[in-house]
Write a protein that binds this ligand. Structure first.
Ligand SMILES: [Zn+2]
Length: 254
């Protein structure tokens, strides 16, 4: 093409829009897709070939009543799980954190406030959310949480940088019960019991501070869910065993 040929401005405009849409799509994928590692390493499941086990994880607690009911069922079935706790709830209910830890379950970090609009906050906010929760847990059980899971699994570049600076691995999930909204025990069992080996399963023992949903479906579903998973030949492994991740490092608090 001659350098003097007129440029079609409409084509330039279409190209700019296409690049913008592609960029926005990529940003959304990295932020909202649980398994996306676009902005840093994210663990959403174990490698396919390594195990015939799955891991149970519970978010948004500890929550009096529900957390105990879930712990009772886990103890009855001799199954380990991970609890991604909200720091302010941990501070309010240290006895539940002690019990989770004493019964051999992992504790994960799910931020101090679980603020739905936290996505719009900066790096200092996110580092504080992670570190303050780690400190609360460390003061109760003598060690920090093993993993970090951002609220709703949203992993913006700032969230991922904060996790990296706090030295905590980011764990999401590969299958969820959709029990963070009103649901039934049957729906929870049906959604999660079809899990495949290596999957990290997301359930809830509590609710985020902005929710008033009823809570009992998850605890009511758990005995049948464990039985169905085991009947399909799946072991239920502790999250760190499933992932073969070494024990938590202490997180320095500035
Ligand atoms: Zn949550």
């Amino acid at each position: 093409m001659s350098p003097f040929m007129p440029v079609d401005n409409s084509l330039v405009g279409i190209g700019a829009v296409a690049v913008g849409i592609a960029g926005a799509t990529l940003l959304a994928h990295g932020t909202f897709v649980p398994g996306s590692s676009l902005f840093g390493p994210v663990i959403s499941r174990a490698p396919w070939s390594r195990t015939n086990a799955v891991a149970l994880t519970f978010d948004d607690g500890p929550c009096p009543g529900q957390t105990e009911a879930i712990l009772d069922t886990l103890a009855h079935h001799r199954v380990s799980a991970a609890f991604f706790v909200i720091g302010r709830y941990a501070e309010e209910h240290p006895g539940l954190i002690e019990r989770i830890h004493a019964e051999g379950h992992l504790i994960g970090n799910h931020t101090f406030d679980h603020a739905r609009l936290g996505m719009f906050r900066g790096l200092t906010y996110w580092i504080d959310q992670i570190r303050s929760t780690s400190e609360v847990v460390r003061e109760i059980i003598g060690q920090p949480p093993s993993f970090f899971r951002p609220p709703m699994g949203f992993k913006s570049p700032i969230v991922m940088r904060a996790a990296r600076e706090c030295g905590t691995p980011v764990v999401t999930w590969s299958r969820r019960a959709f029990d963070g909204v009103p649901t039934t025990p049957d729906a929870v069992v049906d959604r999660v019991s079809l899990a495949r080996s290596g999957e990290i399963l997301l359930l809830h023992d509590g609710r985020d501070p902005a929710s008033e949903r009823p809570l009992s479906a998850t605890a009511a579903a758990l005995p049948e869910l464990i039985s169905r998973l085991q009947a399909r030949g799946l072991a239920i492994a502790a999250l760190d065993k499933l992932l073969e991740v070494p024990p938590a490092q202490d997180v320095p608090v500035n």
